[in-house]
Every structure is written in structure tokens, then in C-alpha cells.
Write a protein that binds this ligand. Structure first.
Ligand code: ADP
Length: 585
């Protein structure tokens, strides 16, 4: 059993809602994944560009300290104490080269790490006189000839990249080091154009370059004690306070990309975080892109999915509605057809019943007259038999034979009468179509009523153009004619010279039979009702009001028509027309 209607509505609504949420969720996930991957790809490409610009900058200066280390004037100067005029000459030389090379600072350290000359000799932040032996690049120079290091300047407080090269005498002895310092204000300015965050972190995970001030000197991962000790020793970031950057991986998207939630600054946000290793200095370049742009893609995809899903639901509902209406139409059509069939059958039964009732009524009325009609010939026959017997006794055989012939005639007439009655009383199935001749049917009908016609001395005039072949049921048509003639006989009952005129003639494609009488005619107000069932003007017991109704039905069933009218000179006139049979034999 299907659930009741309100429950069904609730269930369907829940289903539609569940489908809506599911489709929105699914579409959102798909869009998010696609957008994240696309963003990761562009971020990766951009990182490649940033890495290149950084690498190019560093490469440009890598050879500068190596070339200066080969300068004989510098080598010579380091062999003795650098003071006075010699020191001033060196200061000026470094200053000139620094301006020409567009580096930040150039300095010369002796074998103990003491700055003996520097391009910034005339500034308050001058390196001259400071010892830089603690810096890793100096120690790298002693050990391997070159050194490099990113650090915040202990004297200037300005961060930069230090590139160093050892200065040696002809015997290869270490005399000191020449150091170039590079600062990146242009690079940081260039990077600050992008809405993304661009960071560079060192091997310990400390951000030392960033296109936003507040992201610099942040620890991407917690430092261990060893790392902290090393930082203190090298004074890499010197007095710059380092603070941890709290971040949490939400999702790994690829080898170097992930979705991260960062506590700030300025506030907690989700970033698409892409990294690229720069192996030369063990640095890592990072690009952080705000993922809220992806959120709008997700919202659009969800809205589209919701739209598509609702359209689908509407379509299904519409189709279902149409199907239901079609089914309803089909069912009501079937019911209507069934009803029509039932009514038709009931009407046919009723009509058959009426035909039978009318016949029985007619039979009842006729039986009295028939009893009389049959009695008369019976008496006559008895008399004829008596006279035949007498003639035979007297030996007058010839005359007896003559009397027998008349007896034969009387018997034949009676047989014809009863034969008619039998066929008339038999109920015939409707729809019988045979070729019949209307003149014949009329003759039979007149014969059935002959007794009454004679008894009431009614004059019957006939004007027939025969044969008039039609298609129909002889017995039923005979019943129609008997009805018309009986009504005419009833009508002329009180007339002075009762007269009935019967004519049969061809009218176009029809044969028309006219029965006219010189009775009182039909009252104008009754003309429209005479064919109605149970309409009668005759006294109770005499008329049933069925004769014309049944006749009308029979004629129509045969494709003909039956009409009533009054003649101009008085008296009623009935016209029965039937389509002529196609071929007359
Ligand atoms: P019934 O003869 O039993 O009354 P019918 O259906 O045959 O039923 O006739 C219905 C009525 O039509 C009659 O009662 C009569 O009033 C009218 N009618 C029929 N034929 C004639 C006629 N020839 N002249 C006048 N009235 C007629």
C-alpha cells in the first residue's frame, strides 16, 4: 500500500532537499579541488620567476670579490699594517668600486677579521675598525677560500647578503678577505607589487626576506637549542627579535603545495602555500596566496549545481504531472466509453422490450376481433361440411367437390391469418437487413387488419407504384404499418364516411409510404409529442402511447424517417420514408 498523501509530500520534500545539499556539496568540492590545483600551478610558475630574479641578482655579484682579491694593490696593502695614507687610499678605492658596481658595501678584512678599509669609511656606520672574525663567511674564507652568508649588519643594522673571497700572497698564505654586502630593497619593492606573500627562509626556517615587513624574522618551525646557540654565535640576525609563525597544514595538495591556516598577521586566514627550494644557499622561497578567491568559485559552482538540480526536479515533476493527467484522461475516456456502451445496451433492451410490449398490446386488442374472424369461417366450414355430406349421400359428387374447394379456400385463409400472427408475435432481433418489397409488407399489414376494416366499413384507397424494394426487417416494418393503419382506423372511427388513403411512391433516393385519413387530425399542441413514449390521447385501457414511439425507433434504425402532419383539408397524415435498396430485382 502506498503511504498517505501528506507523508508522501514530506518524504519527497526531504528527498529533494537531501539531493540539493548533496549536489551542492559535491559541486563545491569539485570546484574547490579544481581551483586549488589550478592556483597551485600558477603559484609554482610565479615562484620560478621570483627564484630566477633572486638568483640573477646574486650571480651578478658572485665574481666581484674574486676579482678584487686578485688586485695586487690590495694584496700588498695587507702584507703590512694598514694605516694612515695607505688606509685612506684603500678606503677611496673601495668606495669608487662600490659605486661603480652598485653593491651596498665593500670592505677589506685582515687575517684576524678586522676591517681595515671599507667603502662606507666616511659614514657613522663605518665598518672600519670592527672585527668580523665571528661571521661564518670569514671562517669559510679561511677554510675554503670563499664564503657567503645572509645576516643583519651588526654595525649598520641593515640586513644583507655577504659574499667573501680570501686574499692570499704569492705563496698562497691567507692575508685577509674582501667582502661584498648586497641589500635587496629593490627586490623587496618589486615583490611587494603582488597581492601574494613572497618569503625567503634560511636553512633553519627563519624568514629573512619578505614583501611585507611584518612577515620578516618569523620562525616557520621551532628552533632547537643548537640552532639558537649558532645564531647567537654568528649574530646572524643580531638584535632582531625572532617570533614564531603559527600555522597548521589543512591539506596536502602536492609535493610542494598545501593549504595552510595561518594565525596572522593580520588575522587568521587560509593560504595556498607553495614552496621552492634554492639549493645553492639552502634557502626556500615561499608564495602564500589567500584562498578566499577560491571560495567564490566554490559558491558559484554550488549555486550552479543547486540550479541544475532544481531544474531537474521541476522537469521530473512536470513530466509526472503530465503523465498523471494523460492517465486520468485515458481512464475517464475508458469509463465514458464503458458507460455509453452500457447505456446503449440498456436502451436496446428497453426498446426491444417496448417493441414486444406494444406487440402484445396490439395482439390483445386484435385477439377479440380474430376470435370473431376465425369463428365465422369455422361456422361456414361446418355448414359446408354438412352440405358436402348431404351431396355425397345424394351421389352428387361433382357438386360436393365444388363445395370442398370453397372449404379449402376458407382453410387457407385461416392458415394465412394464424401464420401472420405467429410471425408478428415472435420477438425478432434488431438489425436484421434483408431485401423486402414495401408493397408486400403493406398487403400483409392490411390483411392482419382486414377483419376490423370490413367490420367498421372503412374505405381504403391505394395508389402504389411497385415494386418498392428497401433494405430492412419485414416483420418489424409490418408492425410499423399495422401501427399507422390502426391509428388511422381509430381516428376515422367516428367519421361519417371513414376513409384511409395509402400511397407509395419514389422520392429521390427514398421510397415513401403515406397513410392519410379523414379523422379529426392531430391537435397542434400534440404534433411534437406524438412520437414520445406513453403519449396517448386515447382512453385508459385502449391506448398505451407506445405504437408511434416504437415505430419511430424501428424506422430510424433502418436509416429512414417517420413524420406526422395534418392535411390542409383535415385529417392526419403519416409519412414513412426508407432508402431505396441499391438494385431492384
Ligand atoms: P396509442 O395509439 O396507443 O395512443 P400511439 O403512439 O400509436 O399510441 O399514438 C399516440 C397518439 O398519437 C395517439 O394517442 C393520438 O393522439 C395520436 N395519433 C396517432 N395517429 C393519429 C391519427 N391518424 N389521427 C389523429 N391522432 C393520431
Amino acid at each position: 500500500m502506498p503511504p498517505p498523501r501528506p507523508l508522501r509530500i514530506v518524504l519527497v520534500t526531504l528527498l529533494v532537499l537531501a539531493g540539493l545539499l548533496l549536489s551542492m556539496h559535491w559541486a563545491g568540492q569539485q570546484a574547490r579541488q579544481r581551483a586549488l590545483l589550478a592556483e597551485a600551478e600558477t603559484a609554482h610558475e610565479q615562484l620560478g620567476l621570483y627564484a630566477n630574479s633572486l638568483r640573477t641578482l646574486l650571480e651578478r655579484y658572485r665574481s666581484l670579490p674574486a676579482v678584487l682579491a686578485l688586485d695586487p694593490e690590495i694584496g700588498r696593502a695587507l702584507q703590512g699594517p694598514v694605516q694612515g695614507e695607505r688606509q685612506q687610499a684603500l678606503n677611496l678605492k673601495l668606495q669608487r668600486i662600490n659605486t661603480a658596481a652598485r653593491s651596498s658595501t665593500l670592505e677589506l678584512l685582515d687575517r684576524d677579521g678586522l676591517a681595515v678599509a671599507a667603502s662606507n669609511w666616511d659614514l657613522p656606520t663605518s665598518y672600519v675598525g670592527h672585527n668580523y672574525a665571528f661571521r661564518p663567511y670569514f671562517r669559510q674564507c679561511i677554510a675554503q677560500g670563499t664564503g657567503r652568508f645572509y645576516a643583519v649588519g651588526v654595525t649598520s643594522g641593515v640586513p644583507g647578503y655577504f659574499l667573501a673571497n680570501a686574499v692570499r700572497d704569492e705563496q698562497g698564505r691567507f692575508l685577509g678577505a674582501i667582502v661584498v654586502k648586497l641589500e635587496f630593497p629593490d627586490l623587496e619593492r618589486q615583490w611587494s607589487q603582488t597581492p601574494d606573500l613572497v618569503l625567503v627562509s634560511d636553512a633553519k626556517g627563519i624568514v629573512f626576506l619578505a614583501n611585507r615587513q611584518e612577515w620578516r624574522y618569523r620562525e616557520l618551525q621551532p628552533l632547537d637549542t643548537f640552532a639558537r646557540l649558532e645564531l647567537a654565535q654568528t649574530r646572524q640576525y643580531d638584535r632582531q627579535p625572532l617570533s614564531p609563525l603559527r600555522h597548521q597544514t589543512l591539506e596536502h595538495l602536492g609535493e610542494d603545495s598545501r593549504l595552510e591556516r595561518v594565525a596572522g598577521p593580520p588575522r587568521e586566514s587560509d593560504y595556498l602555500w607553495q614552496s621552492l627550494a634554492l639549493p645553492d644557499d639552502a634557502w626556500t622561497l615561499h608564495l602564500l596566496r589567500d584562498s578566499s578567491g577560491i571560495q567564490s568559485d566554490v559558491a558559484t559552482a554550488r549555486a550552479a549545481a543547486a540550479g541544475a538540480w532544481l531544474t531537474l526536479v521541476c522537469l521530473i515533476l512536470l513530466l509526472q504531472q503530465r503523465w498523471r493527467i494523460a492517465r486520468l484522461h485515458q481512464r475517464s475516456r475508458e469509463e465514458l466509453e464503458q458507460l455509453v456502451e452500457q447505456r446503449t445496451a440498456a436502451l436496446r433492451t428497453a426498446q426491444d422490450g417496448l417493441v414486444q410490449a406494444a406487440k402484445l398490446a396490439a395482439l390483445g386488442q386484435m385477439s377479440a376481433a380474430l376470435a370473431h374472424e376465425i369463428n365465422q369461417p369455422l361456422t361456414a366450414q361446418r355448414m359446408h361440411l354438412a352440405s358436402v355430406r348431404l351431396l355425397l349421400d345424394a351421389g352428387r359428387t361433382e357438386e360436393a367437390r365444388g363445395a370442398l374447394a370453397r372449404l379449402d379456400e376458407l382453410l387457407e385463409r385461416m392458415a394465412a391469418l394464424t401464420g401472420h400472427l405467429k410471425t408478428f408475435a415472435r420477438k425478432t432481433p434488431g438489425g436484421l437487413r434483408e431485401r423486402i418489397e414495401l408493397g408486400n409488407v403493406l398487403e400483409q399489414a392490411l390483411q392482419l387488419l382486414a377483419v376490423r376494416i370490413r367490420a367498421e366499413q372503412v374505405e381504403i384507397s391505394q395508389e402504389l407504384s411497385i415494386p418498392a424494394w428497401v433494405l430492412g426487417d419485414a416483420i418489424r416494418l409490418e408492425q410499423v404499418l399495422v401501427n399507422l393503419l390502426r391509428n388511422a382506423l381509430d381516428a376515422v372511427a367516428g367519421a361519417e364516411r371513414p376513409h384511409i388513403a395509402v400511397s407509395l411512391r419514389r422520392e429521390g433516393a427514398d421510397w415513401c409510404l403515406r397513410v392519410a385519413d379523414n379523422g379529426p387530425g392531430i391537435a397542434a399542441e400534440h404534433l411534437a409529442s406524438v412520437f414520445d413514449p406513453f403519449f396517448t390521447t386515447k382512453p385508459v385501457g385502449e391506448g398505451l402511447g407506445l405504437g408511434l414511439a416504437v415505430s419511430y425507433g424501428i424506422v430510424h434504425e433502418l436509416g429512414g424517417r417517420l413524420e406526422a402532419a395534418n392535411q390542409p383539408q383535415g385529417g392526419a397524415e403519416f409519412r414513412l420514408c426508407l432508402p431505396a435498396a441499391a438494385e431492384e430485382i
